[in-house]
Design a protein around this ligand. Structure first.
Ligand SMILES: [Zn+2]
Length: 111
């Protein structure tokens, strides 16, 4: 990201530089709002779309999103895929999640 910004700076005039830094300044409050919104969504159990859904590699538990945006888990071998099992993968380290059924730890792929 840093390297990318540098490249833009080298290729543009001072006027463009000012426009870009003005744009970045005006985006800052928005970025803060997005971060705050994301924290609220997570607190409500909603999925914030910053990683792939988890699918346990050992058992049949998989994450999904309910119609209201809540993150749920379902048993892939079950008959009703829309019913929340009530179980949640637990983040044990950054991007590492433990399956509540079998205990398998897997890495979440960031989007
Ligand atoms: Zn599992």
């Amino acid at each position: 990201m840093k390297g990318h910004n540098k490249k833009i700076k080298n290729q543009t005039s001072n006027a463009s530089d000012k426009k870009i830094s003005g744009l970045v300044d005006s985006m800052r409050p928005l970025a803060r709002q997005v971060m705050a919104l994301k924290a609220r969504m997570e607190a409500l159990g909603m999925f914030t779309n910053d990683r792939e859904f988890l699918k346990c590699t050992t058992c049949d538990l998989a994450e999904d999103v309910a119609v209201d945006g809540r993150l749920i888990t379902v048993h892939r071998n079950g008959t009703d895929w829309s019913t929340d099992s009530g179980l949640r993968f637990k983040e044990v380290e950054r991007d590492l999640f433990r399956c509540p059924v079998c205990g398998t730890v897997q890495k979440a792929e960031e989007l």
